[in-house]
Design a protein around this ligand. Structure first.
Ligand code: JD8
Length: 228
């Protein structure tokens, strides 16, 4: 999968995208991720990319020209799935991530300030996505979340295919609790069933834990009660 990210803070993105799963997938050539500095396409030699809002109001708005120049400098941009991260977008969830994972080329636009001139949405953007109902200072953290959720569903990025398969099997439920050594720590014991070696009982216990935890903590994830 090819991924291009455009931002005024390329350094904000570089280290997280060089670590762990994503970093390894890039080394293996499974992911081709490039971070672009919007200021390379600024309208003047001072690197200006923003201006005052027409109609007045607080803060600054990002001008359209640098965004058009930056996107159009990316090879294959016309065929790419071009996404704006914005609080006004559709909500990112596992279903959206798995659909994005089928795309061969994503371009992500990360705004700052009060947002980006609407003509960028009109002229360049195919999809607007939000990662949740809280206010961020810009699109960069949202782009990282989208990239992590999406790329781990791309073939070869996660080694243990089992992790992904278990997730889709138990889709829509919270995970069961996990333990490792020691069997007792500061008086807190690992549940006996996990030390028993009875695989069928362990599976049943885990499944009950998933149901219980989901009912207690995220009842909204469970199917609705049927009327009698
Ligand atoms: C992009 C600027 C800052 C703060 C106007 C839009 C996503 N789930 C999400 N929450 N917030 C964002 C997000 C916030 C952004 C930008 C994404 C560009 N801001 C805000 C004050 C009001 N802007 C987001 N995805």
């Amino acid at each position: 999968m090819r991924l291009d990210v455009i931002t005024i803070f390329p350094h904000y993105l570089e280290q997280p995208l060089a670590e762990s799963l994503i970093g390894k997938a890039r080394e293996k050539g499974i992911l081709d991720i490039r971070v672009h500095d919007l200021r390379a396409h600024a309208v003047d030699t001072y690197g200006s990319v923003d201006d005052e809002p027409y109609g007045g109001g607080a803060g600054m708005v990002m001008r359209p020209e640098p965004w058009f120049a930056a996107v159009e400098s990316i090879d294959g941009w016309k065929q790419a799935h071009r996404i704006l991260l914005t609080p006004a977008g559709r909500r990112l969830d596992q279903q959206v991530a798995s659909t994005l994972a089928t795309q061969s080329h994503l371009i992500l636009l990360c705004g700052r300030y009060e947002g980006i001139d609407e003509r960028v949405s009109e002229g360049l953007i195919l999809d607007e996505i939000s990662i949740g109902d809280y206010v961020l200072a810009g699109g960069e953290a949202a782009a990282l979340v989208l990239i992590e959720a999406t790329t781990r569903l791309v073939d070869g990025v996660v080694k243990e295919r089992e992790s992904i398969e278990r997730e889709s099997f138990s889709a829509g439920l919270l995970d069961y609790p996990v333990y490792t050594r020691p069997a007792e720590f500061r008086g807190m014991k690992v549940p006996d069933v996990l030390l028993s070696g009875h695989h069928a009982e362990i599976e049943r216990w885990r499944s009950e834990q998933q149901q219980q935890r989901t009912a207690d903590r995220r009842p909204d994830l469970l199917p609705p009660d049927l009327p009698d």
